[in-house]
Design a protein around this ligand. Sequence first.
Ligand code: FES
Length: 59
Amino acid sequence: MTDDRVVCNCMGVTKSEIIEAIVQNDLFMLEEVREQTGAGTGCHSCIGELEAILKEATD
Ligand code: FES
C-alpha cells in the first residue's frame, strides 16, 4: 500500500495523513485516530484498514 493512497474515501484521508497523526500525537486508540483525522467517521467501511494502520504504526 503506498502511503499517499486514500484509505478513507468518505473523508478523503490518506494513509500518510493517518500515520502522521498517529506518530505526532502518540495515538494508540482507534477513536483518537477518528477524532484527529476524521477518517472512519462516515460510512465506517474503512475501520478495519484504520485498525491495521494503527497496529502497523504503533508496533
Ligand atoms: S471510507 Fe472511511 S468512513 Fe467511509
